[in-house]
Design a protein around this ligand. Structure first.
Ligand code: 4AD
Ligand code: MG
Length: 430
């Protein structure tokens, strides 16, 4: 009976056929303890000389790490075995004896592991992180789908900037200049006028010369946009969203988080609303009191974000940043137009900004002025300005970075482990 390790419990007492790879093997005389992995899990397979015979036992003894094989055997429940089950092997067939595998159970440096990312993915830890990533993406989609948001995919090739011109990747588009998208937001604003509540979810690109544990060159962002929503509405949406996805991650992956990743899940259990909401001005006051080198008027650095988040147990919203440091599309605060109706959500435990968003300029004249002030070509924004010509409407939205959110949920140091093949400042391979 063909089976997969993740569902092996259903076959207790029966003979099954497993296909997979050697994760690890040790021998004690007449018994081989083979840790076999099949991508869905790992199971200990017991190969006894007395059962398989001298010749096959000899053959099995030659199995190397990551050799591929098929194994038949009887499933036994065993509380002592990792995973709770064991396989008493009755026969096997080797597909390939693997060449000497570069990643061994010893400690390897990060550069080496990243160079071998295509193989490193097979390890338990990477497997756990990326399994949770797949779940997180499902929870994100469910959240918006269940609330009547329409998924509208936005283009990756774009003729203009969304988040400022300094971090654009330029490419040749049949003789024209095109850029890789930094955010689907501008297109989202058009689809929001068509469908009211929309989201886009895809890869985004930033030519950022940042070499930090929070920055990727290519990352995945989910961006909701809501017609007739204001700054407060969008903060509430962000809060409901974070509580749901963190809650579902805990519910679904508690074992992996606590086990393989040794995550202190009590920190995630504290993610309950309402999240504190402080203005940029209040945040600046806190930072000054703490005596760092933050200068009011500027953007927060990674350390500033960590200090601010450290004041709270749950994620914290910082709203109303100075207009001068935010993108051209941010609606000014009617109470003081030097500030904008913008918001960032800072994750606890030093994971930094995971959400950025706000309310958009809805007045045609003001938007034109902003585009000019930011030195952007008005021609490329013609269609975007149309949204303010034909029934302009107040609207707001945000973007959440999947990798930073996953790093936080998993409690891991660096975003490079949160995507199968990370693109970093100095890394385009494998
Ligand atoms: O704050 P950002 O730049 O916001 C926007 O792009 C808006 N247009 C989104 C919107 O309102 N629709 O990026 C949003 C989020 C950040 O909070 C962060 O989680 C993630 O995207 N992010 C990155 N993640 C990894 N590496 C990078 N270089 C990132 N830059 C942004
Ligand atoms: Mg931001």
């Amino acid at each position: 009976m063909p089976a997969e390790i993740s569902g092996i419990g259903e076959f207790t007492g029966q003979e099954v056929l497993l296909k997979g790879w050697v994760y690890n093997m040790r021998s004690s005389g007449k018994i081989l303890f083979l840790q076999m992995r099949d991508g869905t899990g790992i199971i200990q397979c017991i190969i006894e000389k007395a059962v398989v015979g001298d010749e096959d036992f000899e053959l099995a003894s030659g199995l190397t790490q990551e050799s591929s094989l098929e194994v038949t055997g009887t499933v036994r429940e065993d509380a002592r075995a990792p995973g709770g089950y064991e396989l008493s092997v009755t026969g096997f067939s080797i597909i390939q004896i693997a060449e000497s595998y570069p990643i061994t159970p010893k400690d390897h440096g990060n550069t080496f592991l990243m160079d071998n990312r295509h193989l490193w993915l097979r390890s338990r830890r990477q497997n756990a992180i990326l399994r949770i990533r797949a779940g997180l993406i499902r929870f994100i989609r469910d959240f918006f789908d269940n609330r009547g948001f329409i998924l509208c995919d936005t283009p990756i090739f774009t003729p203009n900037a969304c988040e400022g011109t300094t971090t654009l990747f330029e490419t040749d588009y049949f003789g024209d200049r095109a850029y890789l998208t930094q955010s689907g937001q501008l297109y989202n604003e058009a689809t929001a006028a068509a469908f009211r509540k929309v989201y886009t979810f895809g890869p985004t690109f930033r030519a950022e010369k940042s070499k930090t544990r929070r920055h990727l060159i290519e990352f995945w962002m989910v961006e909701p946009e809501v017609a007739f929503a204001d700054l407060d509405d969008i903060m509430q949406l962000g809060e409901d969203f974070i509580i749901e996805i963190v809650g579902r991650a805990l519910e679904t992956y508690r074992d992996l988080l606590e086990g393989e990743l040794e995550r202190d899940v009590s920190r995630l259990e504290k993610v309950q609303g309402p999240f504190p909401r402080i203005s940029y001005a209040e945040a600046a006051r806190i930072l000054k009191e703490k005596g760092g080198d933050f200068e009011e008027g500027g953007d927060f650095g990674g350390t500033d974000e960590t200090v601010l988040a450290g004041e709270f147990d749950s994620p914290v919203f910082v709203h109303r940043f100075p207009s001068a440091i935010k993108a051209f599309y941010m609606e000014p605060d009617p109470d003081d137009p030097t500030y904008s109706l913008s918001v960032d959500l800072l994750a606890p435990e030093g994971y930094g900004e995971i959400i950025g968003g706000g309310q958009r300029v809805s007045d045609l004249g003001l938007l034109k002025k902003r585009i000019e002030e930011h030195g952007l070509p008005e021609k490329a924004f013609g269609w975007y300005l149309d949204l303010r010509r034909y029934g302009t409407f107040p609207h707001a939205g945000f973007g959440l970075g999947v990798e930073r959110t996953l790093a936080w949920i998993c409690g891991i140091q660096h975003v490079r482990e949160t995507i199968p093949f990370p693109r970093l400042l100095n890394r385009l391979s494998p």
